[in-house]
Design a protein around this ligand. Structure first.
Ligand SMILES: [Zn+2]
Length: 309
């Protein structure tokens, strides 16, 4: 859990990290969230500051309008009324949001998408998720599940995704998928024939990270180059679909994979350009806020809520 005290102008005054330790179960995680938030408000007061609002963002499906964490595979949330629990505990106006949408909001308003009215933020890590931000506000969808770009079908009959369907974008182009595919192919043909590229379970053996695959591809290693090319092609398919749907000015790539730099952005820009017909080519840029984006986005949601109440 990344937590911070943030001024209305976006200045981070103080930051803390705490282990989520999801294995303890949802109740324990909720207890930690509330205790940490309470502690931060107390620290602010002790420092002579006045906490005015609280923002919390979590992964999974989040109903922002009702303030409910509907579903999260990682932390086991099922219909947790987190906004109400937090505002009751701290006595502060509270906003509840989604982690990737909040990160996208921060990148669009304060980071790499600043000054672009229409932004698609795409976070590529263990999965792939996106936020479509228009005029400083991220679309949530009717059920709190907008932006699941990772589950666009890009390779019918391809590797099985964590959601259960074969061929989703994140089963081919997430950092985890790249690492898994390279490791499996590098193990040799017998292993490769035996394995399903099943995303959620994987295999127990040590994997090469996606960053290492990127470095090996840049150095010209044939297998790494093949895996990287396939991932870039799948990503370009996904982003082209995103651009067809949203027609944005700027696509901001975040998450671990975006740190691959020119080795990712150069071939991806070119592959995306090849796939666009009448749609305008978006600017494709790396995220600027790093792993502070989620915290800043949570603060923006809290401030937005203050303005509307
Ligand atoms: Zn999927």
């Amino acid at each position: 859990m990344k937590c911070a005290l943030i001024r209305p102008d976006g200045t981070v005054l103080h930051a803390e990290r705490h282990p989520t330790d999801a294995g303890r179960g949802a109740e324990a995680v909720i207890g930690t969230i509330l205790a940490v938030a309470d502690g931060l408000a107390g620290k602010a007061r002790a420092d002579g500051l006045t906490p005015t609002a609280l923002g919390i963002v979590v992964p999974g499906v989040v109903d922002e309008a009702r303030g409910v964490a509907v579903w999260s595979a990682n932390v086991g949330f099922r219909d947790v009324p987190l906004r109400e629990l937090a505002s009751a505990r701290l006595g502060l106006p509270t906003a509840l949001g989604h982690d990737v949408r909040a990160g996208g909001l921060a990148e669009a308003r304060l980071g790499a998408g600043r000054d672009a009215g229409h932004v698609l933020f795409v976070a590529i890590g263990t999965g792939i998720a996106a936020a479509h931000v228009v005029a400083g506000s991220a679309a949530t969808g009717a059920h709190g599940a907008a932006g699941e770009l990772g589950h666009i079908l890009v390779r019918a009959g391809g590797p099985v995704c964590g959601c259960g369907r074969p061929g989703c974008l994140e089963a081919i182009a997430s950092a985890s998928a790249i690492a898994r595919r390279y490791t499996r192919l590098a193990a040799g043909p017998a292993e490769a024939d035996a394995g399903h590229e099943s995303a959620p379970t994987g295999r127990g053996r040590a994997t090469v990270t996606a960053a290492e695959v990127a470095a090996r591809a840049a150095a010209g290693e044939p297998l790494a180059s093949q895996v990287w090319r396939e991932a870039v092609a799948a990503l370009a398919d996904g982003l082209a679909t995103g651009q067809a749907l949203f027609d944005v000015e700027t696509i901001v790539l975040g998450g671990g994979l975006a740190q691959a730099g020119a080795g990712l952005f150069d071939p991806l820009r070119s592959a995306l350009r090849d796939r666009l017909t009448f749609h305008r080519e978006p600017r494709l840029v790396p995220a600027a806020l790093g792993d502070e984006a989620g915290c800043l986005g949570a603060a923006l949601l809290a401030l937005d809520q203050l303005e509307t109440t």
